[in-house]
Design a protein around this ligand. Structure first.
Ligand code: PLP
Ligand code: TYF
Length: 394
């Protein structure tokens, strides 16, 4: 029977990861897949994660199933981290999922169950997995303008016009912070304008928040999510713990569905449990338990926050250095946007041919749309990248 299968397009980001591994050059630079790397190139296990794992290992006396939506303590801890009381707790249904990807997938499935004809409005560009999952689920996608190639910022007028065409029963997918792949983000007044549009159209926001703490700080990065959740009747939020806890392979995420009032919460909660059961029964527990342990312990939480700040500031310093190097080499401000962007990524804004030239000539790997993982750089490699960018004529 399997001869009927057709091969599916590979994930370009993951394919690039393999190409990098296969490149024998010693001075190659990996700016591909979005994982944090410290200045020595290591993706460390965070101190608080190690400590929490140690505690769990010592105290855990059973590995029996949790619940279909995971441990309620994990939901509580994450709802606190993301929403911090922005909406009444008794309106929030939640389910632990395998990573943020699992939360995104379950959210789209919930939309399809609730509204089979719903359209999902997505930024152009967006994380490729959004598009791939939507296509797989047979959900109609509508692109909204987002990135302004001339300024390296957001084309907010275009975005506002395009999401203004959404209707009640449609979904507008928003990146809560640290937009992937561009690094360009809305400012607070633009977020306020988005809220007005959502209120006017009646479209339902779905917020994907995968980088809380990587942009301007834990509270700052969740500010738009909190404001939106408080301002509209219903909202979906897919949160990932992969990056901010550095527990990528543990597959830890949470899907939140916020209802208009507490009486509507139960149906949402039952639906999330149903969807988990259809797809994998119980969600992974280890990463969720680590996160819960950290968030519920004052010392571990403080240490985690401190290390996350180090990570964030390391990336910010790289941004500033790169923007300055490029300003010096190019004699212009045309790369200034790199210092304005936030999160792990920046879209350089060049052609796939130039991206390929950077790879073949200089051993620098970035995604074909010119997305760079800023964390793949350090003080020594920033000048090398800057020279290469000018050398290939970007
Ligand atoms: N959403 C966005 C925009 C992402 O960039 C990612 C990747 O890190 C995710 C969701 C989910 O990641 P994970 O499934 O590893 O938690
Ligand atoms: O965009 C990235 O690089 C991260 C990691 O299918 C990632 O979000 C990439 C591809 C993928 C899952 C995660």
């Amino acid at each position: 029977m399997f001869e009927t299968l057709q091969s599916q397009p590979a994930d370009k980001i993951l394919a690039l990861m393999q190409m990098y591994r296969d490149d024998p050059r010693e001075d190659k630079i990996d700016l591909g897949v979005g994982v944090y790397k410290d200045p020595t190139g290591l993706t460390p296990v965070m101190r608080a994660v190690k400590a929490a794992e140690h505690r769990i290992w010592e105290a855990q006396d059973t590995k029996v199933y949790t619940g279909l939506v995971g441990d309620p303590a994990f939901s509580d801890a994450m709802i606190g981290l993301v929403l911090d009381g922005a909406v009444p707790r008794d309106t929030v249904a939640a389910a632990a999922t395998p990573g943020g990807t699992g939360a995104v997938r379950q959210a789209f499935e919930m939309v399809r169950m609730a509204r089979p004809g719903a359209r999902v409005f997505v930024s152009d560009p967006t994380w490729p997995n959004h598009l791939s999952i939507l296509k797989y689920l047979g959900i109609e996608v509508v692109n909204y303008r987002y990135f302004d190639g001339d300024t390296g910022g957001v084309d907010f007028d275009g975005m506002a016009e395009d999401i203004g065409k959404a209707e009640a029963g449609d979904v507008v997918l928003l990146h809560g912070c640290c937009h992937n792949p561009t690094g360009a983000n809305l400012n607070p007044s633009e977020w306020d304008a988005v809220i007005k549009i959502l209120q006017k159209t009646g479209a339902t926001p779905m917020i994907d928040i995968a980088y809380q703490g990587f942009g301007d700080g834990l509270a700052e990065d969740a500010a738009a999510t909190r404001k939106i959740a408080a301002a509209v009747p219903e909202c979906l939020i897919a949160a990932s713990c992969s990056k901010n806890f550095g527990i990528y392979r543990e597959r830890t995420g949470l899907l939140m569905a916020i209802a208009a009032d507490p009486s509507a919460r139960k149906l949402n909660q039952d639906t999330l449990a149903f969807l988990n059961r259809q797809n994998y029964s119980f969600p992974p527990d280890h990463g969720a338990r680590v996160v819960t342990t950290i968030l519920n312990d004052d010392d571990l939480r403080a240490d985690w926050k401190a290390e996350l700040e180090e990570v964030r500031n390391t990336m910010l310093a790289i941004r500033t250095q790169l923007a300055e190097e490029l300003q010096a080499l190019s004699g212009s401000d045309r790369f200034g946007f790199l210092g304005q962007h936030r999160g792990m990524f920046s879209r350089l804004g060049t052609t796939p041919e130039k991206v390929e030239e950077l790879r073949t000539k200089h051993g620098i790997y970035m995604v074909g749309d010119s997305r760079m993982n800023i964390a793949g750089l350090n003080r020594q490699t920033v000048p090398i990248l800057a020279k290469a960018i000018i050398d290939v004529g970007i």
